[in-house]
Ligand binder design. Structure first.
Ligand code: GCU
Length: 618
Protein backbone atom coordinates (compact mmCIF):
# COMPACT_ATOMS: atom_id res chain seq x y z
CA UNK A 1 0.00 0.00 0.00
CA UNK A 2 1.45 3.37 -0.99
CA UNK A 3 2.56 5.48 1.95
CA UNK A 4 -0.03 8.14 1.20
CA UNK A 5 -2.85 5.60 1.27
CA UNK A 6 -1.43 4.07 4.44
CA UNK A 7 -1.32 7.49 6.03
CA UNK A 8 -4.89 8.15 4.90
CA UNK A 9 -6.07 4.81 6.26
CA UNK A 10 -4.33 5.52 9.57
CA UNK A 11 -5.83 9.00 9.65
CA UNK A 12 -9.25 7.58 8.88
CA UNK A 13 -8.81 5.10 11.71
CA UNK A 14 -7.77 8.00 13.93
CA UNK A 15 -10.86 9.95 12.87
CA UNK A 16 -12.94 6.89 13.61
CA UNK A 17 -11.29 6.41 17.00
CA UNK A 18 -11.52 10.08 17.82
CA UNK A 19 -15.08 10.22 16.62
CA UNK A 20 -16.18 7.43 18.90
CA UNK A 21 -15.21 9.68 21.82
CA UNK A 22 -18.09 12.06 21.06
CA UNK A 23 -20.97 10.11 22.61
CA UNK A 24 -24.56 11.26 22.40
CA UNK A 25 -24.40 12.60 25.95
CA UNK A 26 -21.24 14.57 25.16
CA UNK A 27 -23.03 16.15 22.21
CA UNK A 28 -26.17 17.23 24.06
CA UNK A 29 -26.44 21.03 23.92
CA UNK A 30 -25.94 22.60 27.37
CA UNK A 31 -29.51 23.89 27.13
CA UNK A 32 -32.03 22.37 24.69
CA UNK A 33 -34.97 24.53 25.78
CA UNK A 34 -37.24 22.19 23.91
CA UNK A 35 -40.61 23.65 22.81
CA UNK A 36 -39.39 27.10 23.82
CA UNK A 37 -42.18 28.60 21.71
CA UNK A 38 -44.54 27.31 24.38
CA UNK A 39 -42.71 29.13 27.18
CA UNK A 40 -42.95 32.65 28.58
CA UNK A 41 -40.65 34.63 26.34
CA UNK A 42 -39.93 37.99 24.78
CA UNK A 43 -39.23 38.19 21.06
CA UNK A 44 -36.27 40.51 20.54
CA UNK A 45 -36.78 40.52 16.78
CA UNK A 46 -37.20 43.94 15.23
CA UNK A 47 -35.06 46.91 14.19
CA UNK A 48 -31.49 46.51 15.42
CA UNK A 49 -28.53 48.78 14.74
CA UNK A 50 -25.49 47.30 13.05
CA UNK A 51 -21.89 48.13 12.20
CA UNK A 52 -19.44 46.54 9.76
CA UNK A 53 -16.10 45.17 10.97
CA UNK A 54 -14.41 43.60 7.96
CA UNK A 55 -11.02 43.41 9.68
CA UNK A 56 -12.53 42.06 12.93
CA UNK A 57 -10.98 44.86 14.99
CA UNK A 58 -13.75 44.42 17.53
CA UNK A 59 -12.54 40.93 18.30
CA UNK A 60 -8.81 40.99 17.69
CA UNK A 61 -6.53 43.56 16.18
CA UNK A 62 -3.45 43.39 13.97
CA UNK A 63 -1.46 40.18 14.39
CA UNK A 64 -4.24 38.71 16.51
CA UNK A 65 -3.63 41.04 19.40
CA UNK A 66 -6.53 41.73 21.76
CA UNK A 67 -8.82 44.31 20.23
CA UNK A 68 -8.15 47.89 21.20
CA UNK A 69 -10.83 49.08 23.60
CA UNK A 70 -11.69 51.99 21.30
CA UNK A 71 -12.89 49.37 18.80
CA UNK A 72 -14.62 46.88 21.07
CA UNK A 73 -18.20 47.16 19.81
CA UNK A 74 -19.49 45.04 22.66
CA UNK A 75 -18.57 47.61 25.36
CA UNK A 76 -21.47 48.78 27.51
CA UNK A 77 -20.90 52.47 26.90
CA UNK A 78 -22.94 55.49 25.80
CA UNK A 79 -20.51 56.74 23.19
CA UNK A 80 -22.35 59.99 22.45
CA UNK A 81 -22.41 60.91 26.15
CA UNK A 82 -18.71 60.10 26.50
CA UNK A 83 -17.85 62.24 23.52
CA UNK A 84 -19.97 65.12 24.84
CA UNK A 85 -17.62 65.29 27.85
CA UNK A 86 -14.69 66.13 25.60
CA UNK A 87 -11.20 65.25 26.87
CA UNK A 88 -8.90 62.40 25.81
CA UNK A 89 -11.50 59.66 25.24
CA UNK A 90 -11.37 58.22 21.70
CA UNK A 91 -13.93 55.71 20.47
CA UNK A 92 -14.09 54.35 16.92
CA UNK A 93 -17.53 52.80 17.07
CA UNK A 94 -21.03 53.58 18.28
CA UNK A 95 -23.60 50.82 18.26
CA UNK A 96 -26.31 53.28 19.33
CA UNK A 97 -26.07 55.52 16.31
CA UNK A 98 -25.36 52.94 13.60
CA UNK A 99 -27.52 52.11 10.57
CA UNK A 100 -30.51 49.86 11.16
CA UNK A 101 -31.61 46.42 9.98
CA UNK A 102 -34.76 44.34 10.45
CA UNK A 103 -33.81 41.22 12.41
CA UNK A 104 -34.17 38.29 11.71
CA UNK A 105 -32.98 38.39 8.13
CA UNK A 106 -29.66 38.00 6.32
CA UNK A 107 -27.75 41.19 5.49
CA UNK A 108 -27.30 40.39 1.78
CA UNK A 109 -30.85 41.62 1.08
CA UNK A 110 -30.60 44.86 3.04
CA UNK A 111 -28.26 47.15 1.12
CA UNK A 112 -26.49 46.84 -2.25
CA UNK A 113 -23.09 47.19 -0.56
CA UNK A 114 -23.94 44.25 1.71
CA UNK A 115 -25.08 41.97 -1.14
CA UNK A 116 -21.85 39.94 -1.07
CA UNK A 117 -20.31 41.19 2.19
CA UNK A 118 -18.53 38.26 3.78
CA UNK A 119 -17.05 39.01 7.19
CA UNK A 120 -17.94 40.29 10.65
CA UNK A 121 -20.96 42.50 11.35
CA UNK A 122 -21.95 43.71 14.84
CA UNK A 123 -25.60 44.00 15.79
CA UNK A 124 -27.32 45.60 18.79
CA UNK A 125 -30.76 45.83 20.26
CA UNK A 126 -31.39 47.55 23.57
CA UNK A 127 -34.35 46.19 25.49
CA UNK A 128 -36.06 46.40 28.87
CA UNK A 129 -37.03 42.91 30.07
CA UNK A 130 -40.11 42.14 32.12
CA UNK A 131 -39.26 41.72 35.80
CA UNK A 132 -39.67 37.98 36.46
CA UNK A 133 -38.66 37.23 40.03
CA UNK A 134 -37.11 33.82 40.77
CA UNK A 135 -37.02 32.78 37.14
CA UNK A 136 -34.09 31.94 34.90
CA UNK A 137 -33.57 33.80 31.64
CA UNK A 138 -32.01 32.47 28.43
CA UNK A 139 -31.16 34.08 25.11
CA UNK A 140 -32.27 31.67 22.37
CA UNK A 141 -31.00 32.24 18.83
CA UNK A 142 -32.88 30.33 16.11
CA UNK A 143 -29.85 30.50 13.80
CA UNK A 144 -26.87 32.79 13.19
CA UNK A 145 -24.78 32.25 10.04
CA UNK A 146 -21.96 31.44 10.58
CA UNK A 147 -20.08 32.26 13.83
CA UNK A 148 -21.74 34.21 16.66
CA UNK A 149 -20.17 36.20 19.51
CA UNK A 150 -22.74 37.17 22.17
CA UNK A 151 -22.30 39.98 24.75
CA UNK A 152 -24.83 41.32 27.23
CA UNK A 153 -24.16 44.63 29.03
CA UNK A 154 -20.49 44.40 28.07
CA UNK A 155 -19.94 40.84 29.30
CA UNK A 156 -19.25 37.93 26.95
CA UNK A 157 -22.11 35.43 27.26
CA UNK A 158 -20.96 32.80 24.77
CA UNK A 159 -20.06 31.87 21.23
CA UNK A 160 -21.51 29.51 18.65
CA UNK A 161 -20.41 28.08 15.30
CA UNK A 162 -22.87 26.77 12.75
CA UNK A 163 -25.31 28.66 10.58
CA UNK A 164 -28.49 26.59 10.79
CA UNK A 165 -29.21 25.32 14.30
CA UNK A 166 -30.47 26.97 17.49
CA UNK A 167 -28.44 27.71 20.59
CA UNK A 168 -29.43 29.01 24.03
CA UNK A 169 -27.27 30.91 26.53
CA UNK A 170 -28.23 31.61 30.14
CA UNK A 171 -28.26 35.31 31.06
CA UNK A 172 -30.06 35.15 34.42
CA UNK A 173 -27.22 36.84 36.29
CA UNK A 174 -26.36 39.34 33.56
CA UNK A 175 -29.80 40.87 32.99
CA UNK A 176 -30.37 44.13 34.80
CA UNK A 177 -33.42 46.19 35.58
CA UNK A 178 -34.23 48.81 32.99
CA UNK A 179 -32.41 48.97 29.69
CA UNK A 180 -30.08 46.16 28.63
CA UNK A 181 -27.56 46.22 25.79
CA UNK A 182 -27.24 43.04 23.71
CA UNK A 183 -24.36 43.04 21.20
CA UNK A 184 -23.99 40.18 18.72
CA UNK A 185 -20.98 39.76 16.45
CA UNK A 186 -21.80 37.68 13.36
CA UNK A 187 -18.97 36.40 11.19
CA UNK A 188 -20.22 34.89 7.93
CA UNK A 189 -16.82 33.81 6.70
CA UNK A 190 -16.34 30.06 6.17
CA UNK A 191 -12.99 28.31 5.81
CA UNK A 192 -11.60 24.83 5.09
CA UNK A 193 -12.55 23.75 8.62
CA UNK A 194 -16.13 25.04 8.41
CA UNK A 195 -19.25 22.95 7.87
CA UNK A 196 -19.89 23.69 4.99
CA UNK A 197 -16.62 24.87 3.46
CA UNK A 198 -16.61 28.22 1.58
CA UNK A 199 -17.79 27.03 -1.86
CA UNK A 200 -21.43 25.95 -1.99
CA UNK A 201 -24.12 26.21 -4.64
CA UNK A 202 -26.23 28.49 -2.53
CA UNK A 203 -25.96 32.06 -1.34
CA UNK A 204 -24.07 33.24 1.68
CA UNK A 205 -26.95 34.66 3.73
CA UNK A 206 -24.77 35.98 6.52
CA UNK A 207 -26.47 37.24 9.65
CA UNK A 208 -29.11 36.57 12.27
CA UNK A 209 -31.50 34.61 10.09
CA UNK A 210 -34.04 33.32 12.63
CA UNK A 211 -35.73 34.91 15.69
CA UNK A 212 -33.88 35.87 18.89
CA UNK A 213 -35.90 35.37 22.07
CA UNK A 214 -35.50 35.92 25.78
CA UNK A 215 -36.96 32.71 27.27
CA UNK A 216 -37.93 32.39 30.92
CA UNK A 217 -38.04 29.19 32.97
CA UNK A 218 -38.52 28.25 36.63
CA UNK A 219 -35.38 27.65 38.68
CA UNK A 220 -35.69 23.91 37.98
CA UNK A 221 -37.23 23.34 34.58
CA UNK A 222 -37.93 20.83 31.80
CA UNK A 223 -35.04 21.36 29.43
CA UNK A 224 -35.77 18.43 27.14
CA UNK A 225 -38.79 16.15 26.76
CA UNK A 226 -39.85 13.63 24.13
CA UNK A 227 -42.76 11.34 23.39
CA UNK A 228 -42.44 8.93 20.49
CA UNK A 229 -44.42 6.01 19.08
CA UNK A 230 -42.13 3.01 18.60
CA UNK A 231 -42.48 0.04 16.28
CA UNK A 232 -43.09 -2.07 19.38
CA UNK A 233 -46.41 -0.22 19.75
CA UNK A 234 -45.35 1.70 22.85
CA UNK A 235 -45.20 5.43 23.49
CA UNK A 236 -41.77 6.08 24.94
CA UNK A 237 -40.26 9.34 26.05
CA UNK A 238 -38.45 11.16 28.79
CA UNK A 239 -38.29 14.38 30.75
CA UNK A 240 -34.81 15.80 31.37
CA UNK A 241 -34.61 18.53 34.02
CA UNK A 242 -32.06 21.23 34.63
CA UNK A 243 -31.74 23.20 37.85
CA UNK A 244 -31.01 22.73 41.56
CA UNK A 245 -33.83 20.24 42.29
CA UNK A 246 -33.07 17.35 39.93
CA UNK A 247 -33.33 14.11 41.86
CA UNK A 248 -36.51 12.41 43.00
CA UNK A 249 -38.87 14.79 41.23
CA UNK A 250 -42.34 13.41 40.39
CA UNK A 251 -42.93 14.17 36.72
CA UNK A 252 -45.78 13.48 34.33
CA UNK A 253 -46.38 13.14 30.61
CA UNK A 254 -50.04 13.35 29.59
CA UNK A 255 -52.15 13.46 26.44
CA UNK A 256 -55.53 14.79 27.59
CA UNK A 257 -57.29 14.00 24.30
CA UNK A 258 -56.41 10.34 24.81
CA UNK A 259 -57.00 10.40 28.55
CA UNK A 260 -53.42 9.15 28.89
CA UNK A 261 -51.21 10.04 31.86
CA UNK A 262 -47.83 8.56 32.66
CA UNK A 263 -45.87 9.37 35.81
CA UNK A 264 -42.24 8.78 36.72
CA UNK A 265 -39.56 9.98 39.13
CA UNK A 266 -36.32 11.59 38.07
CA UNK A 267 -32.93 10.06 38.79
CA UNK A 268 -29.99 11.97 40.29
CA UNK A 269 -29.31 13.63 36.91
CA UNK A 270 -32.90 14.84 36.58
CA UNK A 271 -33.87 12.31 33.91
CA UNK A 272 -37.13 10.32 34.01
CA UNK A 273 -38.32 7.95 31.28
CA UNK A 274 -41.78 6.84 30.21
CA UNK A 275 -42.87 3.67 28.44
CA UNK A 276 -46.64 3.27 28.09
CA UNK A 277 -49.03 1.18 26.03
CA UNK A 278 -50.57 2.85 23.01
CA UNK A 279 -54.15 3.98 23.65
CA UNK A 280 -56.56 2.15 21.35
CA UNK A 281 -58.02 5.39 20.01
CA UNK A 282 -54.66 6.89 19.07
CA UNK A 283 -54.97 8.45 15.59
CA UNK A 284 -51.71 7.95 13.73
CA UNK A 285 -49.98 10.88 12.04
CA UNK A 286 -49.57 10.58 8.26
CA UNK A 287 -49.49 12.91 5.25
CA UNK A 288 -53.15 12.10 4.66
CA UNK A 289 -54.12 12.52 8.34
CA UNK A 290 -51.53 14.78 10.02
CA UNK A 291 -53.05 14.40 13.48
CA UNK A 292 -51.22 16.30 16.23
CA UNK A 293 -51.87 15.95 19.97
CA UNK A 294 -51.16 18.38 22.78
CA UNK A 295 -48.65 16.51 24.91
CA UNK A 296 -48.21 18.01 28.38
CA UNK A 297 -44.98 17.51 30.31
CA UNK A 298 -45.08 18.44 34.00
CA UNK A 299 -42.37 18.71 36.61
CA UNK A 300 -42.98 20.64 39.81
CA UNK A 301 -44.06 24.17 38.88
CA UNK A 302 -43.02 23.72 35.24
CA UNK A 303 -45.49 22.66 32.54
CA UNK A 304 -44.54 22.41 28.90
CA UNK A 305 -46.97 21.63 26.06
CA UNK A 306 -45.77 20.45 22.66
CA UNK A 307 -47.91 19.42 19.69
CA UNK A 308 -46.73 15.98 18.65
CA UNK A 309 -47.81 13.52 15.96
CA UNK A 310 -47.41 9.80 16.51
CA UNK A 311 -46.27 7.57 13.65
CA UNK A 312 -43.69 4.90 12.98
CA UNK A 313 -41.17 4.77 10.17
CA UNK A 314 -38.94 1.85 9.31
CA UNK A 315 -37.36 -0.03 6.42
CA UNK A 316 -38.38 -3.53 5.46
CA UNK A 317 -36.21 -4.86 2.63
CA UNK A 318 -36.61 -2.38 -0.21
CA UNK A 319 -39.71 -0.76 1.28
CA UNK A 320 -40.06 2.31 3.45
CA UNK A 321 -42.92 1.66 5.88
CA UNK A 322 -44.92 4.49 7.42
CA UNK A 323 -47.16 3.16 10.16
CA UNK A 324 -46.39 -0.32 8.85
CA UNK A 325 -47.48 0.39 5.27
CA UNK A 326 -45.18 0.83 2.23
CA UNK A 327 -44.99 4.45 1.08
CA UNK A 328 -43.59 6.18 -2.02
CA UNK A 329 -42.05 9.58 -1.22
CA UNK A 330 -43.43 12.09 -3.72
CA UNK A 331 -41.24 15.06 -3.01
CA UNK A 332 -39.14 17.97 -4.11
CA UNK A 333 -35.99 19.59 -2.74
CA UNK A 334 -36.03 23.08 -1.24
CA UNK A 335 -33.54 25.63 -0.06
CA UNK A 336 -34.45 27.90 2.86
CA UNK A 337 -35.29 30.90 0.74
CA UNK A 338 -38.62 32.71 0.53
CA UNK A 339 -40.29 33.65 -2.75
CA UNK A 340 -39.25 37.07 -4.09
CA UNK A 341 -36.54 38.80 -6.06
CA UNK A 342 -34.49 39.79 -3.01
CA UNK A 343 -34.78 36.99 -0.43
CA UNK A 344 -33.27 37.42 3.04
CA UNK A 345 -33.86 33.85 4.29
CA UNK A 346 -36.59 35.37 6.45
CA UNK A 347 -38.88 32.36 6.85
CA UNK A 348 -42.10 33.54 8.44
CA UNK A 349 -45.03 31.13 8.72
CA UNK A 350 -46.54 32.84 5.68
CA UNK A 351 -43.33 32.37 3.67
CA UNK A 352 -43.06 28.72 4.71
CA UNK A 353 -46.72 28.09 3.92
CA UNK A 354 -46.28 29.57 0.43
CA UNK A 355 -43.40 27.14 -0.24
CA UNK A 356 -44.86 24.01 1.36
CA UNK A 357 -48.26 24.71 -0.18
CA UNK A 358 -46.68 24.27 -3.62
CA UNK A 359 -45.32 20.88 -2.51
CA UNK A 360 -48.50 19.59 -0.91
CA UNK A 361 -51.26 21.18 -2.97
CA UNK A 362 -49.48 22.22 -6.17
CA UNK A 363 -47.41 19.13 -6.88
CA UNK A 364 -49.54 16.71 -4.87
CA UNK A 365 -46.45 15.73 -2.89
CA UNK A 366 -46.16 14.05 0.51
CA UNK A 367 -42.45 14.70 1.10
CA UNK A 368 -39.84 17.47 1.04
CA UNK A 369 -36.06 17.38 1.19
CA UNK A 370 -35.01 20.37 3.30
CA UNK A 371 -31.58 20.83 1.75
CA UNK A 372 -28.67 21.33 2.43
CA UNK A 373 -28.86 22.28 6.09
CA UNK A 374 -31.43 22.23 8.93
CA UNK A 375 -34.26 24.59 7.99
CA UNK A 376 -36.21 26.88 10.29
CA UNK A 377 -38.31 25.18 12.97
CA UNK A 378 -41.20 27.19 11.51
CA UNK A 379 -40.91 25.09 8.34
CA UNK A 380 -40.57 21.77 10.14
CA UNK A 381 -43.53 22.48 12.45
CA UNK A 382 -45.58 23.46 9.41
CA UNK A 383 -44.63 20.16 7.74
CA UNK A 384 -46.04 18.44 10.86
CA UNK A 385 -49.26 20.42 10.52
CA UNK A 386 -49.70 20.08 6.74
CA UNK A 387 -48.67 16.43 6.49
CA UNK A 388 -45.34 16.44 4.65
CA UNK A 389 -42.58 13.95 5.41
CA UNK A 390 -39.14 15.54 5.77
CA UNK A 391 -35.53 14.68 4.93
CA UNK A 392 -33.30 16.86 7.10
CA UNK A 393 -29.53 17.26 6.75
CA UNK A 394 -26.48 19.05 8.09
CA UNK A 395 -24.32 20.88 5.51
CA UNK A 396 -21.58 18.27 5.06
CA UNK A 397 -21.55 19.23 1.41
CA UNK A 398 -19.10 18.25 -1.35
CA UNK A 399 -16.06 18.34 0.95
CA UNK A 400 -14.82 18.85 4.51
CA UNK A 401 -11.53 18.52 6.34
CA UNK A 402 -12.23 14.82 6.71
CA UNK A 403 -9.12 14.00 8.74
CA UNK A 404 -9.61 16.74 11.32
CA UNK A 405 -11.26 15.47 14.55
CA UNK A 406 -12.28 19.02 15.48
CA UNK A 407 -14.22 19.31 12.22
CA UNK A 408 -15.92 15.97 12.83
CA UNK A 409 -16.91 17.14 16.30
CA UNK A 410 -18.28 20.32 14.74
CA UNK A 411 -20.44 18.29 12.34
CA UNK A 412 -21.60 15.99 15.14
CA UNK A 413 -22.50 19.00 17.26
CA UNK A 414 -24.61 20.41 14.41
CA UNK A 415 -26.26 17.01 14.03
CA UNK A 416 -27.06 16.92 17.75
CA UNK A 417 -28.45 20.47 17.70
CA UNK A 418 -30.67 19.51 14.75
CA UNK A 419 -31.84 16.24 16.28
CA UNK A 420 -32.47 17.65 19.76
CA UNK A 421 -34.50 20.46 18.17
CA UNK A 422 -36.67 18.28 15.91
CA UNK A 423 -36.90 14.94 17.66
CA UNK A 424 -40.59 15.52 18.44
CA UNK A 425 -41.48 16.36 14.84
CA UNK A 426 -43.49 13.52 13.26
CA UNK A 427 -42.75 14.89 9.78
CA UNK A 428 -39.00 14.24 10.04
CA UNK A 429 -38.26 10.66 8.96
CA UNK A 430 -34.74 10.85 7.51
CA UNK A 431 -31.48 12.28 8.85
CA UNK A 432 -28.94 12.69 6.06
CA UNK A 433 -25.22 12.70 6.80
CA UNK A 434 -23.85 14.20 3.61
CA UNK A 435 -24.31 15.45 0.06
CA UNK A 436 -22.21 14.44 -2.94
CA UNK A 437 -18.96 13.74 -1.12
CA UNK A 438 -16.40 11.87 -3.26
CA UNK A 439 -15.53 8.46 -1.81
CA UNK A 440 -12.24 8.05 0.05
CA UNK A 441 -11.25 6.39 3.32
CA UNK A 442 -11.17 9.51 5.52
CA UNK A 443 -14.48 10.77 4.07
CA UNK A 444 -16.14 7.43 4.70
CA UNK A 445 -14.83 7.25 8.28
CA UNK A 446 -16.18 10.77 8.86
CA UNK A 447 -19.62 9.86 7.49
CA UNK A 448 -19.65 6.54 9.37
CA UNK A 449 -19.18 8.49 12.58
CA UNK A 450 -22.01 10.86 11.68
CA UNK A 451 -24.27 7.90 10.92
CA UNK A 452 -23.36 6.32 14.26
CA UNK A 453 -24.04 9.60 16.05
CA UNK A 454 -27.44 10.02 14.41
CA UNK A 455 -28.36 6.42 15.20
CA UNK A 456 -27.32 6.83 18.83
CA UNK A 457 -29.12 10.16 19.22
CA UNK A 458 -32.28 9.00 17.48
CA UNK A 459 -32.69 5.25 16.83
CA UNK A 460 -36.26 5.65 15.53
CA UNK A 461 -35.52 7.50 12.30
CA UNK A 462 -33.82 6.50 9.05
CA UNK A 463 -30.28 7.40 8.01
CA UNK A 464 -29.39 8.34 4.45
CA UNK A 465 -26.98 10.43 2.38
CA UNK A 466 -27.18 11.96 -1.12
CA UNK A 467 -24.52 9.92 -2.90
CA UNK A 468 -22.61 10.32 -6.13
CA UNK A 469 -23.14 7.66 -8.79
CA UNK A 470 -20.32 5.80 -10.55
CA UNK A 471 -20.66 5.75 -14.33
CA UNK A 472 -19.39 2.97 -16.62
CA UNK A 473 -19.55 3.37 -20.40
CA UNK A 474 -18.80 0.14 -22.30
CA UNK A 475 -20.17 -2.14 -24.99
CA UNK A 476 -23.31 -2.55 -22.85
CA UNK A 477 -23.97 1.17 -22.98
CA UNK A 478 -24.03 3.37 -19.85
CA UNK A 479 -24.39 1.75 -16.45
CA UNK A 480 -24.75 3.75 -13.28
CA UNK A 481 -23.86 2.19 -9.96
CA UNK A 482 -23.34 3.15 -6.36
CA UNK A 483 -19.89 2.13 -5.31
CA UNK A 484 -19.75 3.54 -1.81
CA UNK A 485 -18.63 1.83 1.45
CA UNK A 486 -20.97 4.18 3.32
CA UNK A 487 -23.91 2.06 2.13
CA UNK A 488 -23.52 -0.30 5.11
CA UNK A 489 -24.49 2.54 7.45
CA UNK A 490 -27.53 3.73 5.52
CA UNK A 491 -31.14 2.60 5.83
CA UNK A 492 -32.08 4.34 2.59
CA UNK A 493 -29.92 4.78 -0.51
CA UNK A 494 -30.15 8.14 -2.24
CA UNK A 495 -28.45 9.41 -5.38
CA UNK A 496 -28.13 12.72 -7.16
CA UNK A 497 -28.41 12.29 -10.95
CA UNK A 498 -27.91 14.89 -13.68
CA UNK A 499 -27.51 12.84 -16.86
CA UNK A 500 -28.96 14.91 -19.71
CA UNK A 501 -28.05 18.20 -18.07
CA UNK A 502 -24.38 18.11 -17.06
CA UNK A 503 -22.13 16.27 -19.54
CA UNK A 504 -22.69 15.14 -23.10
CA UNK A 505 -25.68 12.81 -22.66
CA UNK A 506 -28.73 13.52 -24.77
CA UNK A 507 -32.15 13.00 -23.26
CA UNK A 508 -32.50 9.91 -25.44
CA UNK A 509 -29.30 8.57 -23.87
CA UNK A 510 -30.82 9.01 -20.41
CA UNK A 511 -33.77 6.80 -21.22
CA UNK A 512 -31.36 3.97 -22.17
CA UNK A 513 -29.19 4.19 -19.06
CA UNK A 514 -29.02 1.10 -16.86
CA UNK A 515 -28.60 1.00 -13.10
CA UNK A 516 -26.66 -1.44 -10.99
CA UNK A 517 -27.55 -0.70 -7.36
CA UNK A 518 -28.25 -2.89 -4.34
CA UNK A 519 -31.87 -4.02 -4.65
CA UNK A 520 -32.41 -4.97 -1.02
CA UNK A 521 -32.63 -1.38 0.21
CA UNK A 522 -35.00 1.47 -0.68
CA UNK A 523 -33.59 3.86 -3.30
CA UNK A 524 -34.43 7.57 -3.55
CA UNK A 525 -33.48 10.07 -6.20
CA UNK A 526 -32.40 12.82 -3.81
CA UNK A 527 -31.79 15.09 -6.78
CA UNK A 528 -32.23 15.39 -10.51
CA UNK A 529 -32.92 18.62 -12.37
CA UNK A 530 -32.23 21.00 -15.21
CA UNK A 531 -32.21 24.78 -15.47
CA UNK A 532 -34.91 26.74 -17.26
CA UNK A 533 -35.61 30.44 -17.42
CA UNK A 534 -39.33 30.95 -16.82
CA UNK A 535 -40.78 32.27 -20.06
CA UNK A 536 -37.90 31.16 -22.29
CA UNK A 537 -39.53 28.86 -24.85
CA UNK A 538 -37.99 26.88 -27.69
CA UNK A 539 -40.24 24.39 -29.49
CA UNK A 540 -37.24 22.44 -30.85
CA UNK A 541 -36.67 21.08 -27.30
CA UNK A 542 -32.98 21.24 -28.13
CA UNK A 543 -31.96 24.32 -26.19
CA UNK A 544 -30.83 24.02 -22.58
CA UNK A 545 -32.31 26.74 -20.32
CA UNK A 546 -35.62 26.56 -22.21
CA UNK A 547 -38.75 25.45 -20.42
CA UNK A 548 -39.33 22.80 -23.08
CA UNK A 549 -35.90 21.25 -22.47
CA UNK A 550 -36.46 21.20 -18.70
CA UNK A 551 -39.86 19.54 -19.19
CA UNK A 552 -38.37 16.95 -21.58
CA UNK A 553 -35.55 16.34 -19.06
CA UNK A 554 -38.17 15.52 -16.42
CA UNK A 555 -40.06 13.25 -18.77
CA UNK A 556 -36.95 11.25 -19.73
CA UNK A 557 -35.59 11.06 -16.18
CA UNK A 558 -38.95 10.03 -14.73
CA UNK A 559 -39.28 7.36 -17.44
CA UNK A 560 -35.81 6.02 -16.64
CA UNK A 561 -36.42 6.18 -12.86
CA UNK A 562 -39.72 4.35 -13.11
CA UNK A 563 -37.82 1.30 -14.28
CA UNK A 564 -35.89 0.96 -11.02
CA UNK A 565 -37.44 -1.87 -9.00
CA UNK A 566 -36.44 -0.48 -5.60
CA UNK A 567 -37.21 3.18 -6.29
CA UNK A 568 -39.21 4.41 -3.30
CA UNK A 569 -39.24 8.15 -3.75
CA UNK A 570 -37.68 11.28 -5.17
CA UNK A 571 -37.00 14.92 -4.38
CA UNK A 572 -36.08 16.51 -7.74
CA UNK A 573 -33.86 19.56 -7.71
CA UNK A 574 -35.62 21.97 -6.93
CA UNK A 575 -38.93 23.67 -6.04
CA UNK A 576 -37.93 27.21 -7.00
CA UNK A 577 -35.00 29.13 -8.50
CA UNK A 578 -32.55 30.15 -5.77
CA UNK A 579 -29.64 32.53 -5.40
CA UNK A 580 -26.16 31.18 -5.98
CA UNK A 581 -22.90 33.05 -6.65
CA UNK A 582 -21.84 30.06 -8.76
CA UNK A 583 -24.44 30.81 -11.44
CA UNK A 584 -23.50 33.91 -13.40
CA UNK A 585 -24.48 33.31 -17.05
CA UNK A 586 -25.44 36.89 -18.05
CA UNK A 587 -28.52 35.86 -20.01
CA UNK A 588 -29.93 32.88 -18.14
CA UNK A 589 -28.65 33.05 -14.54
CA UNK A 590 -27.31 36.37 -13.15
CA UNK A 591 -26.67 34.87 -9.73
CA UNK A 592 -29.60 32.44 -9.77
CA UNK A 593 -29.62 28.66 -10.07
CA UNK A 594 -32.56 28.16 -12.44
CA UNK A 595 -33.44 24.49 -11.75
CA UNK A 596 -36.63 25.53 -10.01
CA UNK A 597 -39.99 24.25 -11.20
CA UNK A 598 -41.01 27.78 -10.25
CA UNK A 599 -39.18 31.03 -10.76
CA UNK A 600 -38.09 33.05 -7.73
CA UNK A 601 -41.39 34.93 -7.94
CA UNK A 602 -43.43 31.72 -8.17
CA UNK A 603 -43.97 31.68 -11.94
CA UNK A 604 -44.70 28.07 -12.96
CA UNK A 605 -42.55 26.39 -15.62
CA UNK A 606 -43.73 23.57 -17.91
CA UNK A 607 -41.82 20.90 -15.95
CA UNK A 608 -43.94 21.68 -12.85
CA UNK A 609 -46.95 19.96 -14.40
CA UNK A 610 -44.83 17.08 -15.70
CA UNK A 611 -43.91 16.23 -12.10
CA UNK A 612 -47.40 16.96 -10.74
CA UNK A 613 -48.93 14.65 -13.37
CA UNK A 614 -46.39 11.93 -12.51
CA UNK A 615 -47.26 12.15 -8.79
CA UNK A 616 -50.95 12.12 -9.55
CA UNK A 617 -50.63 9.01 -11.75
CA UNK A 618 -48.31 7.02 -9.41
C1 GCU B 1 -25.72 19.33 -6.84
C2 GCU B 1 -25.90 19.89 -5.46
C3 GCU B 1 -26.88 21.04 -5.43
C4 GCU B 1 -26.68 21.91 -6.66
C5 GCU B 1 -27.13 21.08 -7.82
C6 GCU B 1 -26.98 21.84 -9.14
O1 GCU B 1 -26.25 18.09 -6.90
O2 GCU B 1 -26.31 18.92 -4.51
O3 GCU B 1 -26.64 21.78 -4.23
O4 GCU B 1 -27.43 23.10 -6.56
O5 GCU B 1 -26.34 19.91 -7.95
O6 GCU B 1 -25.98 21.57 -9.84
O7 GCU B 1 -27.82 22.68 -9.44
Amino acid sequence: MKLSRMRKALAAAMVCMTASVASAQDLRPEFVLTASHARASEDLSGIWTYGLDLYRTGLTDINGWVAKSRMQRFRDIDVEAEEAKGGTTLLEFDMDRGPQMDIPGAWNAVEPELRYYNGLVWFQPKFTPQAREGERAFLRFGAVNYKAYIYLNGEEVGRHEGGYTPFSLEVTDLLREGENRLVVGVDSEHDAQSIPTPITDWDLYGGITRPVELVYTPETFIDDATANLTTEERIKGYIDLRGPELAGQDVEMSIPELDLTATATTDDAGMATFDVAVPEDLELWSPETPKLYDVEFRAGEDTLVDRIGFRTVEVNGADILLNGEPIFLKGISMHEEEFGTNPARRITEQAARALLGEVKDGLGGNYVRLSHYPHSDVTVRLADEMGLLVWSEIPVYWTADWENPDVLRKAQTMQAEMIYRDRNRASVIIWSVGNETPVDDARTAFHNSLADTARELDPDRLISAALLVKRTDDENGTTLSINDPLLDKLDVLAVNFYGGWYGEDTLDDVAKMKWDTPLDQPLLFSEFGADAVAGFHDASVSKKFSEEYQAAFYESTLAMASGLPNLRGMSPWILKDFQSPRREHPVYQNGWNRKGLLSETGQKKMAYDVLADFYRDH
